[in-house]
Write a protein that binds this ligand. Structure first.
Ligand code: SDN
Length: 141
């Protein structure tokens, strides 16, 4: 499907908004559905990527186990979103992400890690999905 760059950019932002609200609400199945069936997701350098929706859900449950006795609200904030469309149809996106963590009664949130993210998105019947996502952390060099 051919669309203007402006339409594509808005669709990318809408995809991220629904995807990351799902993640921050703990809806890991819904988050995984925003990836292609064989999509790859690496959120921490050095950790092997989760491949496929089932592994993505398991990886997120495993990662969030650290918060079992630590009620937190995490929010992933994206900005500096740069989109480029390849001639083969793949959509490459790079952007910044800050993870903001708030604990009950603590007015001042923790802001970490600061990340850069590289996504490859594909259009599946008019729906954008992540074919891959690689997150790099600024403090890991
Ligand atoms: O889905 C993302 C993530 C993400 O899921 C992350 C997770 O923990 C689970 C899209 C874009 C960026 C991110 C970043 C992270 C950070 C990572 C590690 C941590 O919070 O310590």
């Amino acid at each position: 499907m051919s669309r203007s760059f402006t339409d594509l950019y808005v669709e990318v932002l809408q995809h991220y908004a629904t995807q990351m609200q799902n993640l921050d609400e703990g809806k890991f199945e819904e988050y995984a559905q925003t990836f292609t069936e064989n999509g790859e997701f690496q959120h921490t350098p050095g950790r092997p990527p989760a491949v496929g929706r089932q592994q993505i859900v398991e990886e997120l449950h495993e990662f969030h186990r650290r918060f079992e006795d630590d009620p937190v609200q995490r929010r992933h904030w994206f900005d500096q979103v740069a989109v480029s469309a390849d001639p083969d149809g793949a959509i490459r996106v790079s952007y910044y992400c800050l993870v903001v963590t708030t604990r009950p009664g603590q007015r001042v949130p923790q802001i970490a890690p600061s990340c850069t993210v590289r996504d490859v998105l594909v259009d599946e019947g008019g729906v954008l999905r992540n074919h891959s996502r690689v997150v790099d952390h600024d403090f890991v060099r």
